[in-house]
Design a binder for this molecule. Structure first.
Ligand SMILES: Nc1nc(=O)c2c([nH]1)NC[C@@H]1CN(c3ccc(C(=O)N[C@@H](CCC(=O)O)C(=O)O)cc3)C=[N+]21
Length: 303
């Protein structure tokens, strides 16, 4: 199938491998934290309803939290839960001495206002980095919790020593939790960083002309296999943030996972590409774990 692949040119940015490396580092630091304080970092995840994909992600967050030596628990609500009850639970977790991090899995049912929920989480426990205080601090470069996915992407670029200095980075997508924050992080001073960033979105004219100018292409458009080979220049580094379940009768599960990038045709052109599965999703969990450890340290240890 991939007969035209030049192996020396195509680097897979393997999120599993990078995540394993970071998780070992987190586990060592968590053990040190526990030795000093007698407690484990503690993450509470709230899941409303029983969306199949959310179940998978939440299970992975719990499994990985325990793997690195955290306490982790899941609070479940029916999708008929009132906004008031959900906010009440958040208040309780905010006030709890034991809880270090709170994550409310998105999306939420339509009758619950996501913004209200996000804003209710204490910024001290906002390990998703979605609270306006966290995002505001990020904007002016103060220490804070970075949103987990952009944080994970920065760690992936760092792990593979992708050169970013002075490069043109095109970010496709302008969401609050991926496109906008990753644009900011990559344009900032630092390594990874110091990129010239262009943001594209659904109203962008002549999209391919812009994406073809990217040295680094971050794709977070939320559309299965949207990016095709003609949109990418030879040698570019492509980071695929999308994850979609496509019906597939040949699989036992009944579906397969694809990203926002048509991997088989884009990969042969790339200097590097993150696959789906096995790419950014696993690094998102790393971002979350790092934030949770940091939250525990800030709440417990004298600075
Ligand atoms: N409050 C909140 N925080 C989030 O961070 C958040 C969220 N809501 N809602 C949904 C998105 C999506 N997300 C993923 C996490 C892990 C994988 C992951 O582990 N993916 C595996 C495969 C997973 C599978 O088998 O389905 C992989 O790509 O290899 C994917 C996606 C976190 N999100």
């Amino acid at each position: 199938m991939r007969s035209n692949v030049k192996p020396e040119k195509m680097g897979i940015l393997d999120g599993k491998k990078a995540a394993e490396y970071y998780k070992e580092e987190i586990a060592r630091e968590a053990a040190e934290f526990t030795r000093r304080t007698g407690k484990k970092p503690y993450l509470v995840t709230i899941l409303v309803g029983n969306n199949g994909a959310s179940e998978t992600y939440v299970a992975s967050k719990l499994r990985n939290s325990e793997k690195v030596g955290f306490n982790a628990s899941l609070v479940r609500f029916e999708d008929t839960v009132t906004e008031e009850a959900l906010l009440g639970k958040i208040d309780e977790l905010n006030a709890s001495e034991e809880v270090d991090g709170i994550l409310v899995q998105l999306p939420l049912p339509a009758h619950i206002e996501e913004k209200k929920v996000i804003m209710r989480i204490s910024p001290l426990k906002d390990v998703d980095g979605f609270h306006p205080e966290s995002l505001g601090k990020m904007l002016i470069g103060l220490p804070t919790f970075l949103p987990a996915t952009p944080y994970g992407i920065m760690e992936l670029l760092d792990y593979y020593k992708v050169e970013t200095e002075g490069k043109h980075c095109v970010v496709m997508g302008r969401s609050n939790i991926v496109g906008t924050p990753i644009s900011l992080l990559l344009s900032r001073q630092g390594n990874p960083g110091n990129c010239t960033v262009t943001i594209t979105h659904s109203r962008t004219k002549d999209l391919e002309t812009i994406t073809r100018q990217a040295d680094i292409l971050i794709v977070a458009v939320g559309r299965p296999e949207f990016v095709t080979a003609d949109m990418v220049t030879e040698g570019a580094v492509v980071i695929d943030v999308g994850i979609h379940r496509i019906a597939d009768k040949n699989r036992k599960s009944g579906y397969r996972l694809v990203g926002d990038v048509k991997f088989d045709e884009v990969a042969p052109k790339c200097g590097g590409i993150s696959p789906v599965p096995g790419g950014v999703g696993l690094m998102t969990i790393v971002g979350l774990l790092k934030n949770t450890l940091e939250a525990a340290k800030r709440r417990t240890l004298p600075s």
